[in-house]
Design a protein around this ligand. Structure first.
Ligand code: PGA
Length: 255
């Protein structure tokens, strides 16, 4: 649960979903539902595929929902066929970028050094970065969860990360898109570990927001988002339905 010093963030990761028509319809529905329930709720963010960042940013302009990219290249520009830079995302209207998602780490062989370089590029472009970390099932079974999280936090955090420009998302790889979630106790100990370890790297670890991600849905959001060091969520599948995304946002405990 976020303290008043840490405003919760509810972030939707649309992944490789959305064409212009349905992506814009989803964006408009998220905006309309967010505006229908104004107040000091969580900060809201949607991360559409790169093809839709500009259109979704235009649809969200002036409203309560921020827009982010799902990945970026570490360089500003150049001969990197198929890549999108953080500068380009910012130019398209994004204010955030996700880096180090497990689908990038495992599907595209991205290591901590690359994730750190991407995060640094995001910061250089003026974006808030959401850095994903998380253990695989094999690592958990081998009792390596905390060691993996420490290594990923240390290796992925850019030198100029601050609580204002950097968010860390704990996403156990085995919980992503599987319908399985860690227990409340497991989330609690993982988040406590991340914050304590972060404290060895930065001076104000208590101010950083730590999101939980992996099969978050309206039915389990209240208990997971109430965990002490959970300051919001990163939502994949359930972010593709405006009602579910907002229901998760509304499950953030107040105060
Ligand atoms: P999920 O994805 O909510 O579909 O499990 C979460 C994520 O990958 O960020």
């Amino acid at each position: 649960m976020a303290t008043t010093a840490r405003r919760a963030l509810i972030a939707g990761n649309w992944k490789m979903n959305g064409r212009a028509a349905d992506g814009l319809a989803l964006a408009r529905a998220v905006r309309a539902q967010a505006e229908a329930a104004p107040g000091a709720g969580p900060e809201l963010l949607v991360c559409p595929p790169a093809t839709l960042v500009r259109a979704v940013a235009e649809a969200m302009a002036g409203g309560p929902v921020a827009v982010g990219g799902q990945d970026c290249h570490p360089e500003e520009s150049g001969a990197f066929t198929g890549d999108v830079s953080a500068e380009m995302l910012a130019d398209a209207g994004a204010s955030h970028v996700i880096v180090g998602h497990s689908e990038r780490r495992h599907g595209h062989g991205e290591d901590d050094a690359l994730v750190q370089a991407k995060a640094a590029a995001g910061l250089a472009a003026g974006l808030t970065v959401v850095i994903c970390i998380g253990e695989t099932e094999a690592e958990r079974d081998a009792g390596q969860t905390f060691a993996v999280l420490s290594t990923q936090v240390e290796g992925s955090l850019p030198p100029d990360a601050t609580a204002a420009n950097t968010v860390i998302a704990y996403e156990p790889v085995w919980a992503i898109g599987t319908g399985r979630t860690p227990t409340v106790a497991e989330v609690d100990e993982a988040h406590t570990h991340i914050r304590v370890y972060l404290g060895t790297l930065v001076s104000n670890a208590a101010a950083f927001r730590l999101l939980y991600g992996g099969s978050l849905k309206p039915a389990n959001a209240a208990e997971l988002l109430a965990v002490k060091d959970v300051d919001g969520g990163l939502i994949g599948g359930a972010s593709l339905k405006a009602e579910d995304f907002l229901a998760i946002a509304n499950a953030v405990p107040v105060g």
